[in-house]
Design a protein around this ligand. Structure first.
Ligand SMILES: C[S@@+](CC[C@H](N)C(=O)[O-])C[C@H]1O[C@@H](n2cnc3c(N)ncnc32)[C@H](O)[C@@H]1O
Length: 259
């Protein structure tokens, strides 16, 4: 398989940081500012979800589209379209029920809401700030009649959702911000809410070197770590080669019931 991703880089390594700083002097000041803010937020919020919620509050206050990872509105539109087109190519139909974990401000969600039958989209997120922005996106696109669910969550036990309900579960650019315990919790529980024949697609920041994290905001995993974790919870996992062809920095795994 060919990929343009740099899979051996360890961004937590001091040598990498120095080389990066020399090559990108303009990024030193913003990086130091972010490091200081994140250190303070981590001190205030030892729990990862509480910490990341505070990061999202701070980022969303500045710019909700940048908070979900898009520097410009054009990129926000393109990244949403990429997610939507991919699932449509993989058979997403209006009758399907979808759970979007870490839905953000509906960068892709508004397209799913528009396409799916009314009431079939269920978005959850840990950040109240980004969910308020999500409601603005929904209103902006005039999608009120589609009656999506947009719900805050503290964890990924998914215990408030019905069994065997969702044909498609989706988490784009969420595990790239998650420590392994959060991913483990999700994989331990997602099988219960997946309908027979359904699947769970998630993206992750892939490394083929040492697993590492930066500022506890960005986490890099080896594919086999995540496929083994799915296996531990009785699920089968498949690396999605065709996603690699898209202009996106993350990789994708699809999880489904083992039989
Ligand atoms: C980079 S944004 C991506 C948003 C959306 N999936 C998209 O592609 O536009 C990550 C989102 O995941 C949410 N998030 C992070 N950790 C989460 C968790 N453990 N459970 C649910 N949502 C989470 C964040 O609040 C944020 O809205």
């Amino acid at each position: 398989m060919t990929t343009s991703k740099n899979l051996l880089k360890n961004r937590s390594n001091l040598g990498h940081k120095v080389r990066y700083a020399v090559g990108n002097p303009g990024r030193i000041a913003p990086y130091l500012k972010r490091t200081a803010r994140d250190s303070w937020l981590r001190l205030k919020h030892p729990d990862h979800v509480d910490y990341y919620r505070a990061v999202m509050a701070s980022d969303t206050a500045r710019n909700p589209e940048a908070a979900v990872g898009s520097k410009t509105h054009d990129r926000w539109l393109a990244l949403g379209k990429m997610q939507f087109d991919y699932l449509k190519e993989h058979g997403l139909a209006p009758r399907h029920r979808m759970l979007d974990i870490g839905c953000g401000n509906l960068r892709a969600g508004w397209r799913f809401i528009e396409y799916l039958d009314a009431g079939h989209y269920y978005g959850i997120d840990i950040s109240p700030d980004i969910l308020i922005s999500a409601k603005k996106t929904l209103t902006g696109y005039g999608l009120q009649e589609k009656l999506p669910h947009l719900t805050i969550t503290q964890n990924l036990t998914l215990d408030f959702l019905p069994e065997a309900h969702f044909d498609v579960v989706h988490a784009h650019s969420v595990f790239s911000h998650s420590p392994i315990e959060v991913i483990d919790e999700c994989l331990a529980n997602v099988g219960r809410v997946l309908a027979p024949g359904g699947f769970f697609d998630f993206t992750f920041d892939r490394t083929e070197g040492t697993e590492h994290q930066v500022l506890r905001e960005d986490f890099y995993y080896r594919t086999e770590t995540l496929t083994a974790l799915a296996g531990k919870h009785g699920l089968k996992a498949r690396f999605m080669d065709d996603w690699e062809k898209r202009p996106h920095g993350q990789s994708k795994i699809r999880v489904s019931h083992a039989d």
